[in-house]
Design a protein around this ligand. Structure first.
Ligand code: DGY
Length: 332
């Protein structure tokens, strides 16, 4: 779709983003834009490298790697990068920093409720074995009522561990509290007393988090420091009865170690909204396990949240182009 017509700043949008954001850009009268007019397939890299040539600003989603090659292809006009995501592991911050003057917007906060809600849904689906249960019900596996059949683990009286305490971890804990969780614990690079006090969570070491959590939920960003942080070492310290949940980024988990922990009974179950790669090939061994629930990266997927993310990405971009503070700007 070509919506360019004037000498207004040029924007390329790498995806057909939800309507609210497009409306803001169209009605602003401040920019002209061109977009990859599909939501079903990402823009091919070659096309992307062509399309970004000479643009003033770029809206992207998490499927686009924003690296040296792309920034070089865009050239010196590029002033604003606005990603429609809270995660920014697809952006090479080093390369962005090198090209001084490029400002980067992202979309935290507006998705916190949606991600926390989905995390709770995934946790309960995994711990109460809902996928196995519906499968049994419709495939003839439902015989008589049985005393221990499809038993799982409950939140009441449990210890919930949060790996990486931020806005989303707090929002998850707030939602889990009414399920009568006994204790919240967390670990992070350093204690975060202000956030922790909101949910009465205790700071513990990584080892204590592993050994004490009945439910361990990963809420940290993917960085070089957190890559593969959930590995054999962590799983081996967890209880056989504990449930592992990840709605952050697949890269924080060593999937081979997770497969081993799940198939050997080292841990009771895992619920993943994120994997490496995405999509996870249907032949992946994790799909063979009954105690692993895999969702296709949908934590923020509610109509209202995705529209809010799209609107925030558009507003960040317009403010950035005007040289004003963005609503949510990444400090480079
Ligand atoms: C993000 O925003 O980073 C999520 O993974 C998708 O909403």
């Amino acid at each position: 779709v070509q919506r360019e017509m004037s000498s207004l700043p040029r924007v390329y949008i790498t995806r057909q983003i939800p309507p609210e954001g497009l409306k803001i850009l169209s009605e602003s009268g401040q920019v002209q834009f061109d977009l990859w007019d599909s939501d079903d397939v990402p823009v091919p890299r070659k096309e992307l490298l062509q399309k970004v040539k000479g643009v003033d600003a770029l809206v992207c989603v998490l499927t686009e790697k924003i690296d040296a090659e792309l920034l070089d292809a865009a050239g010196p006009n590029l002033k604003v990068l606005s990603t429609m995501s809270v995660g920014f592991d697809h952006l090479s911050l080093e390369e962005l920093k090198k090209r001084s003057g490029i400002r980067v917007g992202y979309t935290p906060d507006v998705l916190t409720d949606s991600v926390a809600e989905l995390t709770v849904a995934l946790l309960l689906t995994t711990s109460r074995r809902l996928i196995e249960a519906t499968h049994e019900a419709k495939s003839g596996g439902w015989g008589t009522w049985r005393t221990l059949w499809l038993c799982g683990y409950e939140l009441a009286n449990s210890t919930v561990g949060i790996l990486g305490l931020g806005r989303i971890g707090v929002a998850i804990a707030e939602r889990l509290k009414p399920f009568k969780v006994k204790k919240f614990i967390y670990t992070d690079v350093a204690p975060r007393p202000e956030l922790a006090s909101l949910i009465d969570a205790e700071y513990v070491s990584m080892d204590e988090l592993a050994s004490q959590s009945d439910f361990l939920t990963v809420c940290c960003a993917l960085t070089p420091e957190t890559k593969d942080i959930c590995n054999k070492d962590l799983f081996s310290k967890m209880k056989n009865t504990s449930i592992f949940i990840n709605t952050s980024r697949g890269g924080v988990v060593d999937q081979e170690d997770l497969y081993e922990a799940l198939s050997s009974g080292q841990i009771a179950g895992a619920g993943l909204d994120v994997t490496v790669p995405e999509p996870l090939p249907t032949s992946h061994p994790l799909f063979t396990l009954n105690n692993c629930v895999i969702l296709p990266h949908i934590a923020s997927a509610s109509y209202s949240t995705r529209n809010a993310m799209s609107a925030l990405a558009a507003n960040n971009l317009l403010l950035g182009l005007k040289g004003q503070p963005m609503i949510k700007e990444l400090k480079l």
